[in-house]
Design a protein around this ligand. Structure first.
Ligand SMILES: [Zn+2]
Length: 145
């Protein structure tokens, strides 16, 4: 069913009936034809997850913020971050909250997935992605309060 509702957590408007999760899927689908975008897959998923924190445990979010900042500020590679996460989660550490415990809260952002996924406009997606990531990073203090 095409949706007409904005996302209850990130506030992204629907685009052509796609909710924000489906917009993420469409953006990821572009990666197959765009090696530059594919190279930033970590940033796509991390940005999306950081705008949808309700599903994650506090510890998982902390790790994600750390990885996100290391990637943006220190150029730590996605491969290294993956290894680090594998080590962190080698035990039975919970990443996702049980569904009954999730309390999505609407936050307003200057950019959401809807500003990155522009239908039929894959050109410039990498630049839009970086703009999105920087908006999220700039609001880090707010999101962690
Ligand atoms: Zn959303």
């Amino acid at each position: 069913m095409p949706t007409t509702e904005t996302c209850a957590e990130c506030g992204a408007p629907p685009i052509e009936g796609f909710n924000c999760w489906e917009q993420l899927g469409a953006l990821i689908a572009w990666e197959y034809n765009d090696p530059a975008l594919h190279a930033q897959h970590f940033l796509v998923v991390a940005s999306y997850n950081l705008q949808h924190p309700a599903q994650f445990t506090e510890m998982a979010l902390e790790q994600l913020w750390m990885a996100f900042n290391d990637y943006l500020n220190h150029g730590v590679s996605a491969a290294e971050l993956r290894q680090r996460a594998a080590k962190t989660y080698a035990g039975a550490t919970r990443v996702l909250r049980p569904e009954a415990e999730r309390r999505p809260q609407l936050r307003c952002w200057a950019m959401t997935i809807a500003d990155v996924y522009l239908p039929e406009q894959p050109a410039g997606a990498v630049e839009r992605l970086w703009g999105w990531a920087r908006v999220i990073q700039a609001n880090q203090a707010v999101t962690q309060a």
